[in-house]
Design a protein around this ligand. Structure first.
Ligand code: AKG
Length: 276
């Protein structure tokens, strides 16, 4: 018996590789979180900017609260079982007037995991629609394993390597339209991407990337895990702590180590390395 989703939604996720939209909170609650985010950008510009948007949940309580939101965790449990940890997070922000986009890709390609059966909730903190550059999914592509990607390092592509999977049947793409406070969830191997933001407002998504069952191991590089639900991880795994308030010193130091590890994993074997 699922905790939050219906059995039909669970089957749909396994069949199509994503679910959307899921109501997480009211629009006004989401706007209040967005305001905290924008205040953090003003107060701590060196810790949260276009080149530093990974793992901000490790230093800001309002993002940590989202990572431990009861509905988020119940949805994740319905999809991957009751013992899981969080690998990381990314703030995907596309400002108006930029040409930033996300090419067709599969998240798991460069994450270096022993299994790619993991899930990413993507929480909308602003309207996410065709005009603002919402995510689009190619249903069912999570069943075809990882396909070859070209690392383009294209300037406006906000993925680390600008990696692109070729020969995508775009005619089957589904746009995930979300109001602030809704979320989608997607599988580690689904092909997805997003177009540029053509509107006059920011498009802000917070991706909890990703929740992974505790049996999954890191086999490229080294990472630390944030235990979230269920049984303890294996002894020997390095564990992360939750922040106490915003920007506490220990949390800031911890995030710096995590982001360095992330870079080493995500750019493993790459010909170039960018600052994000
Ligand atoms: O926010 C976007 O436009 C893309 C996000 C994405 O690729 C992801 O969450 O895996």
């Amino acid at each position: 018996m699922p905790k939050f989703l219906t059995s039909a939604q669970v089957s749909q996720y396994h069949e199509e590789g994503y679910l959307s939209p899921i109501d997480l909170m009211s629009e006004s609650d989401a706007i209040a979180i967005r305001e905290q985010l924008e205040e953090a950008e003003r107060l701590h510009p060196q810790h949260i900017n276009a080149e530093n948007r990974n793992n901000a949940h490790l230093v800001f309580s309002f993002l940590d609260d989202l990572a431990f939101n009861q509905i988020v965790l119940d949805v994740v449990e319905d999809l991957i079982g009751s013992d899981f940890s969080l690998w990381g997070s990314v703030l995907f922000i596309k400002d108006p007037g930029t040409a930033h986009y996300v090419s067709w890709h599969q998240d798991a390609t460069y994450m270096g995991m022993t299994s790619n059966d993991f899930v990413t909730p993507w929480i909308a903190l602003s309207p996410s629609n065709r005009e603002t550059g919402c995510m689009s999914m190619i249903p069912g592509t999570h069943k075809n394993h990882i396909r070859p990607h070209d690392d383009t390092f294209a300037e406006d592509n906000i993925l680390t390597r600008g990696q692109v999977v070729k020969d995508v049947d775009e005619s089957s793409a589904v746009d995930l339209i979300l109001r602030p406070g809704q979320m989608s969830v997607h599988h580690g191997e689904i092909v997805h991407g997003s177009q540029a933001n053509l509107s006059q407002q920011r498009r802000i998504g917070f991706a909890l990337q990703s929740y992974m069952p505790n049996h999954i191991r890191q086999h490229i590089g080294k990472n630390m895990w944030l235990p979230v639900r269920g049984q303890a991880r294996d002894e020997g795994d390095e564990l992360l702590h939750r922040p106490v308030g915003n920007m506490d010193e220990t949390a800031v130091a911890q995030r710096a180590v995590v982001n360095k590890n992330f870079g080493d994993i995500l750019y493993y074997g790459a010909e170039q390395r960018r600052n994000y």
